[in-house]
Design a binder for this molecule. Structure first.
Ligand code: SF4
Length: 440
């Protein structure tokens, strides 16, 4: 096991051999108090590896904040026992109380990175999880994921998200040296759709001058559409001060020196979060989202996809969070929406915590906590409803009105949960129209 101090801030030769080490997984399935709006999952991400041999130069996991030991893309720590821990959790009923997606991968690893072809830990993990009857959300840059499509078909629902930041193979090879080529990744999306899964593209980070120019993003968005992606979620590059930023800037200096000056300006604030200048990032983000909207492509994982990955109470929370981001980007005043979302989050967090302590309830079959949350949204305290049946709109509107303290929003949400309405992630309309004059 060859560990060395945190990675030196230099561009590292890509083909050094991998050094594998073992770490013992102590926890497996873990339910969060609220669903996570970014990857629309309720259970915390499962990651059989730490470190990632894809070696993306922009990877946030390289930042000191994550305490990944050794050289991030060569020293891969392996949780060989994670599948057993998850299998034990499933057998003990840890996933029996709440319906919601489990995410595979994390910010510091890709579960289908090259070593998975040999070790098969992610596949074992899928096998261990499958009897729980939960949906899965997958995020990867590796076409190896196609190997596991046979297993994904056994889950009630699977969302396959492929990260794609450029369609240009040369730029991809520079930024993401060991990941699959852009064409291979697009093929994953095509095949996932053909296999009956939901699928979309995480288009982040789009890097200044390298992949964020309008002709580059237009090619990316067109390719996503041609591959039958259901969404493209775009986002810019963050560079956290320290090793992550230094490595990337070293690369720019060595390989794209003409861009060095603009990088110094865009990241001049050296923020801990790594965020670029708002004056650079905000108009770009708005432009990407409008470009996508014009071509009918949602800029987030859309409601129609995640409402099948979460119980109604959680899907509503995700929807409210997405609405805030999307309306805000179009210049709409979101203060009332934010206040209602905060009230709903508070209600959901507290109610869920109390239901999770109810031993009698937990003994019931078929996701009793999720079913009870649905009943409560319906305004019913003792009668459980089937998990995903369509809900009575009037009862729901009254019940939600009391929680959100916003009758108009409650009526809109009730229509969505009832299934009688849909939220269009491009026009941002259901019955709630964007007020005239607020469009950018
Ligand atoms: S695939 Fe993800 S985790 Fe792996 S190096 Fe690239 S950005 Fe990091």
């Amino acid at each position: 096991m060859l560990f060395r101090p945190p990675a030196a801030c230099a561009i590292l030769p890509p083909m050094q051999p991998l050094r594998l080490s073992k770490i013992v997984a102590k926890s497996g399935l873990s339910r969060a108090p609220l669903a996570e709006p970014f990857l629309v999952s309720l259970y915390r991400a499962l990651a059989p590896y730490r470190g990632c041999a894809h070696g993306c130069l922009y990877c946030d996991g390289r930042a000191e904040k994550y305490y990944v030991e050794g050289q991030f893309d060569r020293d891969i720590a392996v949780r060989a026992n994670l599948a057993q821990v998850v299998a034990a959790d499933v057998a003990a009923g840890k996933a029996a109380a709440e319906f919601g997606a489990v995410c595979f991968g994390s910010g510091v690893t890709d579960a289908w990175q090259p070593v998975e072809a040999e070790l098969g830990l992610t596949r074992s993990l899928l096998e261990a999880l499958q009897p729980a009857g939960l949906p899965v959300v997958i995020l990867t840059k590796n076409a190896l994921v196609r190997r596991d499509f046979d297993l994904l078909k056994k889950f009630p629902k699977a969302l396959v998200i492929v990260t794609l930041t450029t369609t240009d193979p040369e730029t991809a090879a520079l930024l993401e040296p060991e990941a699959s080529t852009p064409e291979e990744r697009l093929q994953v999306v095509r095949e996932a759709r053909e296999a009956g899964f939901s699928a979309g593209i995480m288009a982040m980070p789009l890097c200044p001058g390298l992949s964020d120019q309008s002709e580059q993003t237009a090619a990316l968005f067109d390719a996503a559409q041609a591959a039958d992606a259901q969404f493209v979620f775009p986002g810019g590059l963050t560079l956290r001060p320290g090793c992550q930023k230094q490595l990337f800037i070293d690369m720019v200096q060595a390989r794209r020196p003409a861009l060095l000056r603009s990088y110094s300006e865009i990241y001049a604030e050296n923020r801990v979060s790594g965020m670029p200048l708002k004056s650079y990032a905000a108009p770009l983000q708005r432009g990407w989202e409008l470009d996508l909207a014009r071509s009918g492509m949602p800029a987030r994982i859309p409601w129609t996809v995640y409402k099948e990955l979460l119980c109604p109470a959680d899907s509503l929370f995700v929807l409210l969070c997405h609405m805030q981001e999307l309306y805000s980007a179009r210049g709409v005043n979101i203060r009332p929406l934010k206040a209602a979302t905060d009230r709903y989050a508070e209600w959901l967090r507290k109610t869920r915590a109390s239901l999770r302590r109810d031993k009698k309830l937990l003994q019931q079959p078929n996701f009793p906590v999720s079913r009870r949350l649905t009943s409560l949204l319906q305004g019913k305290r003792s009668e459980d409803l089937p998990l995903l049946q369509s809900l009575e709109e009037n009862d729901m509107a009254a019940s939600l009105g009391a929680i959100l303290q916003n009758e108009r929003l409650a009526a809109l949400c009730a229509g969505l949960l009832n299934g009688s309405h849909d939220f269009d992630y491009c026009s941002l309309q259901v019955s709630l129209a964007i007020p005239a004059g607020t469009e950018p």
